[in-house]
Ligand binder design. Structure first.
Ligand code: PGA
Length: 277
C-alpha cells in the first residue's frame, strides 16, 4: 500500500506529488537524486541500475547529468541502464529511434560503458521478440533489479508504451500503440502515417518492481492526464493510475502540469480560502 497521506490539502491525491516552480528547477532536483544514487553506489563499490525514458520530458535531467559529468566529475562507469521502450520496427541509426535519442542526449556525452546500455531492439525478427523480452527481464533481475526508474506520461496515461488496457502484471513485450500516441509522435516522423504502429516496452509489472519510481510531467498539455493519474480511480484505462499502489513512487511536476489537481484548481475543497469579489 502507498505511504499514508496525512495532509488535508492533498487529500484527493493518491500518490506523493512534488510541484516545482519550473520544469528546469524540477529537472535539476531529479538529476541531483540520480547523481546521489550513482555516487552512493560508487562509494560502496556497487553498480547503479537505472531505468531510463525518452521523449521531451527527461531532456532537462539528461542535460544536467551531462553537466555534472563534465563540470563536477560525476562518473557513469558504475552505471547500467535499461530503457523503457523502442518503436517496432525501428533501425537503431534512424533519426527517430530511441537509441539515437539516448546517445544524442546522454550516452555520447558521459563515460558510460556502452556494454552497460540496454535498449529494446527494434530490428528483431517477429519470432525472436518474445525471447528478447524474456531476456530483458532476466538481465534486470540478475543485476538485482532497477534501483530507479524515471518515467514520462503520455496523454493516454501510458507509462513506457503501456497504453490503455495494459495489465498491472504486464512484462516486457510487443504492444500496439494508441492512436493518440501516434498523433503525438507524428511531428517527429513527418506525418502520422510514418509512425510505427508497434513498440517493445517494459511492462507495468517491470516498472513496478523498481526500488524507486519518479514520474515527471511538464506543461498544461499534461494537466488533464495528471489529474486522472493522481486523483482518479485506478484503472487499466489510465495505466499510470497503477502507480497509486506503489509505496516508492513520486510524481515530479511543474506548476502547469499540476494545475488541474484539486489543491490548485478548486483549493476551497481542501483548505480555508479567503473569498474576494
Ligand atoms: P513526452 O512523452 O516526454 O515527449 O511528453 C512522454 C510519453 O509519451 O511517455
Amino acid at each position: 500500500m502507498a505511504r499514508l497521506n496525512l495532509l488535508e490539502e492533498t487529500r484527493y491525491e493518491k500518490l506523493p506529488v512534488s510541484v516545482y516552480g519550473s520544469q528546469q528547477e524540477a529537472s535539476l532536483a531529479v538529476a541531483a537524486r540520480i547523481a546521489k544514487l550513482i555516487r552512493d553506489k560508487q562509494s560502496r563499490g556497487e553498480k547503479a541500475v537505472l531505468g531510463l525514458a525518452t521523449g521531451v520530458t527527461p531532456i532537462g535531467v539528461y542535460n544536467e547529468l551531462v553537466r555534472l559529468h563534465k563540470e563536477e566529475g560525476l562518473s557513469f562507469q558504475n552505471v547500467i541502464t535499461f530503457n523503457l521502450d523502442e518503436y517496432y520496427p525501428m533501425k537503431p541509426d534512424a533519426a527517430q529511434s530511441y537509441v539515437t535519442f539516448m546517445y544524442e542526449n546522454l550516452f555520447s556525452h558521459v563515460d558510460i560503458d556502452k556494454a552497460n546500455v540496454h535498449i529494446p531492439d527494434g530490428t528483431l525478427d517477429k519470432d525472436d521478440v518474445v525471447a528478447f523480452c524474456l531476456n530483458y527481464e532476466r538481465q534486470i533481475e540478475e543485476l538485482g533489479g532497477l534501483d530507479l526508474q524515471i518515467l514520462g506520461i503520455g496523454r493516454t496515461g501510458h507509462i513506457g508504451f503501456n497504453e490503455p488496457g495494459s495489465a498491472p502484471n504486464s512484462g516486457t513485450r510487443l504492444v500496439t500503440l494508441d492512436d493518440l500516441t501516434r498523433s503525438d509522435a507524428a511531428r517527429d516522423f513527418g506525418g502520422k502515417a510514418n509512425v510505427p504502429t508497434k513498440a517493445i516496452t517494459m511492462g507495468i509489472g517491470t516498472i513496478f518492481k523498481a526500488r524507486e519510481i519518479i514520474l515527471m510531467a511538464w506543461s498544461k498539455k499534461k494537466a488533464p492526464i495528471i489529474k486522472k493519474a493522481v486523483e482518479g480511480e485506478m484503472s487499466g484505462e489510465v495505466p499510470a493510475t497503477y502507480l497509486q499502489l506503489s509505496d516508492h513512487v513520486e510524481f515530479v511536476l511543474d506548476e502547469a502540469a499540476a494545475s488541474e489537481l484539486t489543491r490548485f484548481d478548486t483549493p476551497w475543497l481542501v483548505k480555508d480560502c479567503s473569498w474576494e469579489d
